[in-house]
Ligand binder design. Structure first.
Ligand SMILES: NC(=O)C1=CN([C@@H]2O[C@H](COP(=O)(O)OP(=O)(O)OC[C@H]3O[C@@H](n4cnc5c(N)ncnc54)[C@H](O)[C@@H]3O)[C@@H](O)[C@H]2O)C=CC1
Ligand SMILES: O=C(O)C(=O)COP(=O)(O)O
Length: 387
């Protein structure tokens, strides 16, 4: 029996995929798995029982990913599962920034009791007029799951799309329309584009990448969209650029005291992934990842451990070992198992950066002593009997 805890509401369509071997628990103690959306986990004490965290979404900046790797806790996310939800909101953001749709709607609500509201509306509408997005230049920073979808959709709407992503994946590149211009320098995005949208993860290397220097290089009257994370933008510098007229509008999905209520800023309350479809896609993918990991030891879409797949175990036993990616680990594992007379039926070892993962199928059951010896090896963070 496995236990899981949800730190945020997770769509029932996903949770329904847990079978009778799983129990939802109201607290973390004794839990094997944690499911989370945006809850902040950095200051949370995780019990030793937690082996896996699944982020039903893309960004993992709310999770102490490296600390988890050190403790042998595998962290998953659900790549692409909410990308369409965000893409649609980005398109809405561009349209809201181009025409004063919000102002117009607010005006009608305010004047609703005017007897001649129809005539008044015709007279007043010019103050809410704007421009079209067709023919404008859109710069996209980060062409992952979301950026690539925004690029294709904007291109289909007649925008001239400039894409920048020095680390683009092969899959994302294949999915891009051939109309997208491959841009190799951010300066070109800044100097050319009427709209700029950012779709990169929040990392030390991307924090405040949109700063005063970047803003100074942008075209006068640029529209900036941020549906990725607020800390990617130096929002004090942004407000200065907005107040001086350099930036026409800032559209952000992240409410905070710097941006909320400021003239020229459209703020949505982190709604990018809040659609029925995205919530369900993320929950389904997260639960499948957790189940395959807990039941078979397999890893797919982890952000701190490598992919590793040995299918379902057909041997007598399977053990999973989380460890550091350093020399001499496998020989120590096989030595301990060999000394016990345990024959290895199958084995996979994979690494990702500093960390590695080994799955070993055995033709007989490993003793507690052998498991304790494996755990005691320097650099091993967790040994788990999967079967
Ligand atoms: N507003 C919302 O509700 C949502 C926000 N997000 C945010 O959007 C971010 C992106 O999401 P996805 O597209 O699904 O992730 P992804 O991992 O598919 O794409 C990120 C892309 O950014 C690129 N990249 C990384 N550093 C870069 C740099 N310095 N310059 C240019 N490109 C760089 C990567 O190569 C990758 O292609 C997430 O990390 C999250 O913070 C994601 C989903 C929902
Ligand atoms: O997936 C992401 O990175 C998001 O920002 C979505 O967050 P949420 O699941 O809506 O709390």
């Amino acid at each position: 029996m496995f236990q899981y805890h949800c730190l945020n509401p997770i769509a029932e369509k996903g949770l329904g995929l847990f079978n009778e071997e799983y129990k939802k628990s109201e607290d973390l103690q004794e839990c094997d798995a944690v499911l989370v959306r945006s809850a902040k986990m950095h200051d949370m004490e995780l019990p030793e029982s937690v082996k896996v965290i699944a982020r039903a979404g893309a960004g993992v900046n709310n999770i102490p990913v490296k600390d988890c790797a050190e403790k042998g806790v595998v962290v998953f996310n659900t790549p692409g599962a909410n990308a369409n939800g965000v893409k649609e909101l980005v398109l809405a953001g561009m349209l809201l920034a181009s025409r004063d749709i919000v102002g117009g709607i607010e005006w009608v609500a305010k004047e609703k009791d005017q007897e001649d509201i129809d005539k008044l509306a015709e007279k007043q509408k010019k103050q809410f007029a704007g421009c079209e997005i067709m023919g404008k230049k859109l710069g996209i920073i980060g062409l992952g799951a979301i950026g690539a979808m925004v690029a294709n959709a904007a291109s289909a709407l007649g925008m001239e799309v400039y894409g920048y992503d020095p680390y683009i994946s092969i899959d994302a590149a294949w999915n891009l329309s051939r109309t997208i211009k491959h841009i190799k320098s951010l300066d070109e995005i800044y100097s050319q584009c009427d709209y700029i949208t950012i779709h990169v993860p929040l990392l030390d290397s991307t924090k405040e990448m949109i700063n005063k220097e970047a803003l100074d290089k942008m075209k006068d009257g640029v529209v900036l969209l941020n549906f990725a994370r607020d800390l990617l933008v130096d929002e004090d510098a942004l407000i200065e650029a907005l107040d001086s007229g350099k930036v026409k509008k800032y559209v952000t999905d992240f409410a905070n005291h710097t941006v909320a209520g400021h003239k020229g800023i459209l703020v949505t309350p982190h709604l990018g992934a809040s659609t029925e479809e995205s919530e369900e896609n993320c929950a389904v993918m997260a639960v499948k990842e957790v189940r395959d990991f807990l039941e078979n030891g397999n890893i797919k879409n982890s952000v701190n451990f490598p992919n590793c797949d040995m299918g379902t175990c057909v041997a007598v036993g399977r053990i999973a070992i989380c460890h550091k990616n350093i020399p001499n680990m496998i020989s120590q594992f096989t030595k301990i198992l060999g000394a016990e007379g345990l024959n290895i039926a199958d084995m996979t070892n994979k690494s990702k950066g500093e960390y590695a993962y080994t799955l070993i199928d055995l033709e007989s059951t490993a003793s507690k002593e052998a498991l304790d010896e494996l755990k005691a090896i320097e650099g091993v963070s967790r040994v788990r009997v999967v079967k």
